[in-house]
Structure formats: structure tokens, C-alpha cells
Ligand binder design. Sequence first.
Ligand SMILES: CC(C)(COP(=O)(O)OP(=O)(O)OC[C@H]1O[C@@H](n2cnc3c(N)ncnc32)[C@H](O)[C@@H]1OP(=O)(O)O)[C@@H](O)C(=O)NCCC(=O)NCCS
Length: 168
Amino acid sequence: MANAGMRRSTVGEAGVLQGPRPERSAIVPVMDIEELSQSFVDRAADLWRDVGLTRPWNDPLDDLERALGGPASTVLAGTEDGRLAATAMVGHDGHRGWVYYLAVAEDVRGRGLGRLMMAACEDWLADRGIPKLNIMIRGDNASARGFYERLDYALDDVVVLSKRLRPG
Ligand SMILES: CC(C)(COP(=O)(O)OP(=O)(O)OC[C@H]1O[C@@H](n2cnc3c(N)ncnc32)[C@H](O)[C@@H]1OP(=O)(O)O)[C@@H](O)C(=O)NCCC(=O)NCCS
């Protein structure tokens, strides 16, 4: 199994595209995926803001710090020629894994980078013996749902309840 810390990933030729999926570039991407370094932390927060994943009540830098410092979580960074192209926060509770903040910079979408980031997250979890990966998608993010379904993620009969334990 590939180690995300030393991963270099490529994507082959495009298949036949159908429906509203973005058109795939003919360029074969090469992306290094490894744990986000401190020097990229601010850029990761900027990327999340740029792609609309942040909310006013959530400080992305706090989320980054917690995930990078936690024993069962990390943030993976996909870089191309030294530029931060993609991120994903991954972690687990001992049985179920989760992924948040999957983000691909807008100008490099449709080239398979999101798929590669998810493969790296799945490898990271499988390396730790985690059997299942849950994804939570905001109800208004129909586009992300289409992406995950394309990657064989299926709808579970689950309702998510939440309670804020501290303001902001
Ligand atoms: C969702 C996102 C990560 C996809 O990244 P990407 O690099 O463009 O995706 P890929 O090129 O790897 O696409 C992988 C497959 O999903 C398909 N796909 C991508 N976006 C899709 C969409 N909106 N609807 C349906 N299918 C989609 C692609 O066509 C491709 O299919 P194929 O490999 O079978 O040809 C990117 O659009 C993004 O960062 N969105 C904003 C942030 C976000 O919503 N993140 C998810 C939070 S839950």
C-alpha cells in the first residue's frame, strides 16, 4: 500500500465523460502528496477560503492546528511544482475514518487530483487498520456529492445530529 508520506501519483488517460462532470484535461498530472508542512498552513487556509469550504464561525487555522497535532488525524497536501494544489484533512475514531476539507484549486480541477487525494486518504486510513470511511457533505453541496458518488461512495441511512459545545 502506498505511503501518503512518500506518494507520487499519476493519472492516466481520460475515459468517456457523461453528464455535468467537468471535462478532464488531456494533461497527465503528477502530484506529490504528503503531510502538510508548517510552511503551507496559511496557504491551505487560503485555499479552503477560495473554494468556499470555510464558515465565519470556524477558524480554519484552529482546525489545521488540531488536525496536524492530533494522534489520529492529519492534513494531506498535494503539490505540483512546489505549489499547493490540493488538500484533505483525514482522521479516525478507531473504527470509522473521516475526511474533511477536501479541496482542489479551481484552475487544476477535472484532472483527477481530487480522486488522487481521496485515494491517499483511503491509504492513510487503511494503513492504520480503519475499515470504513464516512463522508459528511453539506446539504447545499450537490457538486461534491456527484464527485463522491463517482468514486463509489454511497448514501447511508444515517441522520447526523450535532450540538455546539462552545460558541464560535
Ligand atoms: C470536489 C473536488 C474536490 C473535485 O476535484 P477534481 O480534482 O476536480 O476531481 P477529479 O478530477 O479527481 O474527478 C474525479 C472524478 O469525479 C468526477 N467529478 C468531479 N467533479 C464532479 C462533480 N461535480 N459531479 C460529478 N462528478 C464529478 C470527475 O469527472 C472524475 O470522474 P472520472 O475519474 O471517472 O473521469 C473539487 O471540485 C473541489 O475542490 N470542490 C470544492 C470543495 C468541495 O466541495 N470539497 C468537498 C467537500 S465535502
